[in-house]
Design a protein around this ligand. Structure first.
Ligand SMILES: C[S@@+](CC[C@H](N)C(=O)[O-])C[C@H]1O[C@@H](n2cnc3c(N)ncnc32)[C@H](O)[C@@H]1O
Length: 324
């Protein structure tokens, strides 16, 4: 590594090693890893091609290149991923946020805006008094993006994985929305129960009850305006078809919804029907083949105004419906 003297030479070597290992987008990845090591942005990189790389930085860079060549996702090496214009911490305990998941945010905001217009309110959508749920929050990217877009909204974010919730909590703190997101360890919405305590703790700071800190009790079942979820939806039978970066490095809990993939949707949709207000909105991300299994679940009498949004690749990616 001593032979690497400047940025240009370091990049050249990193690119060559990633290309030989068949890493997709090898030039971009080499740049990202070098930027991560040097702590600079891209503009700096190209303005200083002759800058010397210290032997310590060169060593760190080449060891990251080696790990990437062996299959570690770039985001596990840099510890971050952008989503909805915000930077999120990612670790091997959470799904790396995907660009197609941004369609959930778009659809949710569109539907909420239409609902506001229908009620005759024409002010900008702030989410004032709205109660939202994000099921399977992972890194917290959906809940936090919605909290930033809707500064008046209060959000309950659930995950079955305590390790994922720890990452989500740190991301909420990073984006200064901890006071409006309550994180709850729960299998789907099983930990929500109808009773006396909840909205107040959710709206102010939750005071934890040591015996029942994982139970959130709500005033009445139909309390929520919006439920969003990007559930695990890959079929276990597809495991061998996945890229090694995904199959060997992302959490199984975040990937597989069952043998077929779509197994969690039925329970998720029936729980959403129980917790949404009349006129409340459900927005779900879909796997590439989930639509035929999921669409029939969003039928009358519980659901109306069903809409499907394709992603940029033309795959039906998000399904939304209104609680009738
Ligand atoms: C596909 S990831 C989505 C993560 C994040 N919302 C995103 O969009 O990047 C699914 C998440 O659901 C969680 N999960 C899996 N099964 C669950 C269940 N039965 N109840 C609640 N969360 C679950 C996983 O731990 C994982 O964090």
């Amino acid at each position: 590594m001593e032979r690497i003297l400047d940025i240009r030479a370091a990049l050249k070597r990193g690119i060559a090693e990633l290309r030989d290992a068949n890493v997709p987008s090898y030039t971009l990845v080499a740049e990202l890893l070098l930027l991560h090591v040097l702590g600079h942005d891209r503009a700096w990189l190209y303005a200083h091609p002759e800058e010397t790389v210290s032997s310590l930085d060169a060593h760190r860079f080449i060891s990251l290149i080696a790990r990437r060549a062996e299959g570690d996702p770039t985001q596990h090496l840099t510890g971050k991923q952008e989503f909805w214009g915000l930077e999120f911490e990612v670790t091997p305990d959470v799904l790396i946020p995907r660009p197609e998941t941004e369609h959930i945010i778009e659809v949710a905001l569109d539907r909420l805006a239409v609902r506001e217009l229908r009620t005759g309110r024409r002010r900008a959508l702030t989410g004032e008094d709205l109660q939202l749920i994000d099921v399977g929050t992972g890194s917290g990217c959906i809940a936090i993006a919605l909290a930033k877009e809707l500064p008046g909204a209060h959000i309950l974010a659930t995950d079955v994985s305590p390790a994922a919730l720890a990452v989500a909590r740190r991301n909420a703190a990073r984006h200064s929305v901890t006071d409006r997101i309550h994180f709850l360890e729960s299998n789907l919405l099983n930990a929500l129960s109808v009773g006396a305590r909840y909205i107040e703790p959710l709206q102010s700071n939750l005071t934890k009850n040591s015996d029942q800190e994982s139970v959130v009790t709500i005033h009445e079942s139909h309390s929520f305006d919006l439920i969003v979820s990007n559930p695990p939806y890959i079929g276990r039978k597809e495991k061998e078809t996945l890229m090694r970066e995904v199959r060997d490095h992302e959490p199984e809990l975040a990937l597989y919804g069952g043998e077929e993939g779509y197994e969690l949707y039925a329970d998720l949709i029936s729980q959403a029907a129980q917790f949404l207000k009349t006129g409340g909105i459900l927005v779900l991300e879909l796997g590439h083949n989930s639509l035929p299994a999921v669409q029939p679940l969003l039928d009358l009498p519980n659901w109306t105004a069903v809409g499907v949004t394709d992603d940029l690749a033309g795959i039906p990616r998000v399904i939304a419906a209104e609680r009738s």
